[in-house]
Ligand binder design. Structure first.
Ligand code: SF4
Ligand code: SF4
Length: 294
């Protein structure tokens, strides 16, 4: 009975995440469609009007410098992007990059392609790149973030639009996507057949920005070592290949707060991988040190 309940609980958490991901995917697709229809003078009152740029929090992040120094936003960026950028950062400081794990439609798209990759390669899927190379490649996204931020500031334009596979995915039919955008999208589709969320891991500038909050977020993933049976189920479940099974707390800059590793989903032992306040961990460490007389 306990096993059945556990499976049901895991299914519920996964389903909740997938429903939220699907809802945001549809919201973005409808917004882009309404934007194009709006340009042709067609409006459907009950459907959202707006634009892809208006609902992108990263536009707010890269506009921040211009806003502070010039009092203006980068071309095409809306005030709503700044508001969303601030909300995204606030959420990340509390819970880590939940936007990546639960909301971003491009993350969901890669997870969808991954289902095909898993069918094709089984257990080999997401384990093709040697760990040493993979570890270095994961810092590439910080170079992308630095380059995009610098170029956006000096040009005053959304420079990443021409290379952004997310933009290409939702706008491929509009005639607004550059060849480089299509190439980026094609590369992500092919890579997603071998690696889980390759764009998030190696290239996404917004993921890089939010990932920094993993170093100081308030609530995070914590493993209770005394109850761990070293089964590695948490490691196998992690979309970002993080070594949860050896961590006390997950501070990895790539964690996307998807909760797949937790005792509510993958870990078979109750209350062993949990979302907890890291402030509590500091208190525990202090208590442990005091008890051991160090
Ligand atoms: S460590 Fe856990 S919450 Fe973080 S990405 Fe991996 S599975 Fe998701
Ligand atoms: S899934 Fe749970 S019990 Fe298994 S290694 Fe990870 S933390 Fe330990």
């Amino acid at each position: 009975m306990a096993v059945v309940n556990k499976k049901l609980q895991a299914k519920n958490v996964r389903n909740l995440r997938h429903i939220i991901q699907a809802a945001f995917f549809v919201l973005v697709a409808v917004t882009v469609t309404m934007e194009k229809l709006g340009e042709a003078g067609i409006k459907i009152p009950i459907l959202p009007s707006g634009s892809l740029h208006a609902i992108c929090p990263f536009g707010g992040v890269v506009s921040f410098w211009n806003l502070l120094n010039l009092g203006t936003l980068v071309k095409k960026v809306h005030e709503s992007s700044v508001v969303l950028g601030v909300i995204g950062l606030f959420l990340a400081i509390l819970f880590g990059p939940v936007i990546c794990g639960w909301i971003c439609p491009f993350g969901s798209f890669q997870e969808f392609i991954a289902k095909i990759g898993k069918k094709l390669f089984g257990k080999k899927y997401n384990n093709f790149i040697p760990k040493k190379i993979d570890r270095v490649l994961r810092y590439l996204r910080y170079l992308v973030f630095a380059w995009v931020s610098y170029m956006t500031v000096v040009s005053g334009k959304l420079i990443f639009e021409a290379y952004d596979p997310y933009f290409a995915l939702f706008k491929f039919w509009t005639g607004e996507v550059a060849l480089t955008g299509f190439i980026a999208l094609g590369a992500v589709v092919v890579l997603s057949l071998f690696v889980e969320r390759p764009f998030c891991k190696y290239a996404c500038p917004y993921g890089a920005f939010l990932g920094i909050t993993n170093l100081f977020r308030v609530f995070g993933i914590r493993r209770n070592a005394p109850t761990c049976i070293s089964c590695n189920a948490c490691n196998k479940a992690c979309l970002m290949n993080i070594d949860v099974a050896s961590a006390k707390v997950v501070r990895d800059h790539q964690c996307i707060s998807c909760l797949e590793c937790t005792s509510e989903v993958a870990c078979p032992v109750p209350a062993t991988v949990e979302v907890m306040s890291f402030a509590g961990q500091a208190k525990d460490s202090y208590a442990e040190k005091k008890a051991s007389g160090k």
